[in-house]
Design a protein around this ligand. Structure first.
Ligand SMILES: CC(=O)N[C@@H](CCC[C@H](N)C(=O)O)C(=O)O
Length: 372
C-alpha cells in the first residue's frame, strides 16, 4: 500500500470509532481491506468484533505475532480535521485508528510478498475496556495459531515522528477500574437535616481518595488514583439521594494495588458511617502490567538502533495501562511507543497525531519481521 492509501485508510477509520465489543463497522471495514489483499497464504478468522489473520511463511521456524487494538473512546471530538468522527460522542483519541492502519500496512506487504516466518496479526477489540486481550488470548483460534513471540506499539504524542521508545522489563502499569455507588436519603434542598446528601458524601470521598497515594503508598513505588467522572442528584433544589464516582487505579507493583484497594474499602466504610449511607464498590476490569521480555526487547532495540530512519529512545515506564500485558504474560515480546508529535495527549479530544508516523512504523516493522 502506498502512503496515500494508508493515510486515506486512517482517515476512514478515524470517522467510524466504536467502543469496546461494539466494533462492528470497524471489523467489516478491516475485513474488506484484508480480503482485497492477495489471499494465497493468508487466512482470516473472526473472533467476536475482532479478527485474527494468519500469514503462512515459506520456510517457517516460528510464528511472530503483531497486535493492534481497534476500539475508540466515548469522547466528543474537538480536532480541526476535515474528516472528524461520524459517530457522535465517540472518537479515536488514543491512536487506535493509526494502530489499525499500521497493522494493515504491514499485513499488506506480507500478503503481497510471502514472509519466511509465519505471522499472526491480531485486530483486538476493547482495549480501553472491558478488555479484549485476555479473552482473545484464551480463544481456541488464538491458541491454535499461538505465536512464539509477540509485538505491539502505541502512539506517543510527546515524541517526534521517527522515534521508537521502549525498555526491557516494566513498560506500563497495573490497572484497575473503580466504580463507587453511594446511596443515602434525598429530600428538599431547604431541609438538609432530614436527608443524607450524597453530593456532600461524594465530595468528601473524592478528597479522601486523593490522600491514598500521598499518605499510604511508598513514595518510591509510583501509583495513581484518578476519579474521571462524578454524577449525583437530579435537580438543583433537591438533595441528592445517590451519587456515582468512576475512576481508575494505576500501580507499578501488585502490592500497592492491593493496599490501595484496602484503603478505598476502609475510606468507604468511614463515609458510610459519617454520612449514614450505603456504598458499593465495583472494581470493573483489571489489566496486568506490560512487561517487555528482556532478550527479545534488547534484540528489537538493537535492530531499531541500526535503522537510519528511526531514533531509538530507552524510555521510562509509564502509568498508562494496556491489556497487551496479558499477551506478554504468556508469550515473550515487546511493546513500544511510536512518536506522533502532537501537543495534545492521549484521550484528549484535540489530539491530531502526525500521519507521517504510519509509514515509519509500517516500514520499520516490515523490515523487522522480514529479518532472516
Ligand atoms: C493506552 C491507554 O490509554 N490505555 C488505557 C487503558 C484503560 C484501562 C482501563 N479501562 C482503566 O481505565 O483502568 C489507559 O487509560 O491507560
Amino acid at each position: 500500500m502506498k502512503q496515500e492509501e494508508l493515510i486515506s485508510i486512517r482517515r476512514e477509520l478515524h470517522q467510524i470509532p466504536e467502543t469496546g465489543f461494539e466494533e462492528i463497522k470497524t471489523q467489516n471495514y478491516l475485513k474488506e481491506k484484508i480480503m482485497a489483499m492477495p489471499q494465497n497464504h493468508v487466512t482470516i478468522k473472526e473472533w467476536r468484533t475482532g479478527l485474527l489473520v494468519f500469514v503462512e511463511g515459506y520456510a517457517p521456524e516460528k510464528t511472530m505475532g503483531y497486535r493492534t487494538d481497534i476500539d475508540g473512546l466515548p469522547i466528543n471530538e474537538q480536532t480541526t480535521y476535515s474528516f472528524p468522527s461520524m459517530h457522535e460522542g465517540k472518537m479515536h483519541a488514543c491512536g487506535h485508528d493509526l494502530h489499525m492502519t499500521i497493522a494493515l500496512g504491514i499485513l499488506d506487504r506480507f500478503a503481497c510478498d510471502q514472509p519466511k516466518q509465519n505471522l499472526l496479526f491480531l485486530f483486538q477489540p476493547a482495549e480501553e475496556g472491558p478488555g479484549g486481550a485476555l479473552p482473545m488470548l484464551q480463544s481456541e483460534i488464538f491458541q491454535q495459531w499461538k505465536p512464539d513471540e509477540i509485538y505491539a506499539l502505541h502512539i506517543a504524542p510527546e515524541y517526534p515522528v521517527g522515534t521508537i521508545a521502549t525498555r526491557p522489563g516494566l513498560l506500563f502499569a497495573n490497572t484497575s477500574e473503580l466504580f463507587i455507588d453511594l446511596k443515602g436519603m434525598g429530600g428538599h434542598a431547604a431541609r438538609p437535616h432530614q436527608a443524607n446528601d450524597m453530593v456532600v458524601a461524594a465530595s468528601h470521598l473524592v478528597t479522601q481518595l486523593q490522600t491514598i497515594v500521598g499518605r499510604n503508598v511508598d513514595p518510591l513505588d509510583s501509583a495513581v488514583v484518578t476519579i474521571g467522572t462524578i454524577e449525583g442528584g437530579t435537580k438543583q433544589n433537591i438533595i441528592a439521594e445517590t451519587a456515582r464516582l468512576e475512576g481508575t487505579i494505576r500501580t507499578l507493583s501488585l502490592e500497592s494495588m492491593k493496599k490501595i484497594k484496602q484503603r478505598i474499602q476502609a475510606l468507604i466504610q468511614g463515609i458510610e458511617t459519617s454520612f449514614d449511607c450505603s456504598a458499593t464498590i465495583d472494581w470493573g476490569s483489571t489489566y496486568c502490567q506490560v512487561s517487555n521480555e528482556e532478550r527479545l526487547t534488547r534484540a528489537f532495540m538493537k535492530f531499531s538502533e541500526e535503522q537510519e530512519n528511526v531514533e531509538l529512545v530507552e524510555c521510562r515506564e509509564a502509568m498508562t495501562g494496556e491489556d497487551f500485558g496479558y499477551f506478554l504474560e504468556e508469550i515473550p515480546g515487546t511493546m513500544f511507543w511510536l512518536g506522533v508529535d502532537t501537543p495534545y495527549g492521549l484521550h484528549d479530544a484535540r489530539i491530531e497525531p502526525d500521519e507521517a508516523a504510519i509509514e515509519t512504523a509500517v516500514s520499520h516493522m516490515t523490515a523487522f519481521f522480514a529479518q532472516e
